[in-house]
Design a protein around this ligand. Sequence first.
Ligand SMILES: Cc1cc2nc3c(=O)[nH]c(=O)nc-3n(C[C@H](O)[C@H](O)[C@H](O)COP(=O)(O)O)c2cc1C
Length: 310
Amino acid sequence: MVDFCAITLKRPIVNGSGTFDAIAARRAFGVALLRDFPFGAFVSKTITLSPREGNPPPRLWEAQAGMINSIGLPNRGLHGYLEHDLPQLAELGVPLITNVMGSTAAEVSQLVEALDDRDEVAAIELNVSCPNVATGLDIGADPGSLAALVRAVRPLTGKPLIVKLTPNTADVAAVALAAQTEGADAVSLINTLRATALDRSGAPWLGGVTGGLSGPAIRAIALAQVAAVARRVSLPIVGMGGVSSGAHAADLIAAGATLVAVGTESFRDPAAGCRIWEELKSLQIAGSGSTTVNAAQAQVEVDVNSGDSA
Ligand SMILES: Cc1cc2nc3c(=O)[nH]c(=O)nc-3n(C[C@H](O)[C@H](O)[C@H](O)COP(=O)(O)O)c2cc1C
């Protein structure tokens, strides 16, 4: 059992938002899915106030070690989520974390207030990889904008508030610190890295022109950013980015994560959450009574510090 913001999870592995369609998986696998649900909590894909169709195709580009997605956050909107998705997700039997996004504090406030009313929701995750309508910059790229957003929504809910940080910023730890100062309960990172791909004529391949890179290609960046955030804030961290094995999860925990999220790997192997948890347990048993994790933690600190000063 793991305690995360006073929520009890059966395992420290969760899904990355938008990377596991639990409703489709339930249709495909029936009750077998519920017998050994891959994740200790389920994180919804990003929900916006109004329904969104997402970006035009093509939406995916296979990179050498991962993929670029330009899905564009299609979703039913808040009302559709509350009416249609939430009752089905509540049957999964694990705590539910609802991920939301809006382009103004007023929009995010409406989302948070509506979710605060629903007992099925254990925690709210704010996806701050959204352009600020006033500045055009991503809200999560700037500590000042992020602080203003968290200040506006924090009083609207007693549920744990997780800020999902963007890696597309100069100083992710400064943004994490702003979230902590304004009363966030946890941070999660990393989201995808902005990326693009061209066809042979030099034109953008993706319908959305740019997308987000995820998978093995970003794991080393995730490790460095989680370690940097863990050094600056005392909040619990959900670490993610390129995790495909128990050893990768152990690395993120050594770097300071309390929970580890599995994203792109679930597309390759829908049961990845179960396998990664089994592998992590074996590593923890093998390392118990020794200093394995502390040694790994020290190594990450050494590596990141030497990176900082290079
Ligand atoms: C297809 C796809 C859809 C995603 N959708 C969302 C989303 O709706 N909201 C969000 O906050 N992150 C979203 N993400 C980002 C993931 O949750 C995760 O932060 C990122 O992919 C890094 O983890 P990974 O390398 O294990 O995939 C998405 C990622 C992918 C690949």
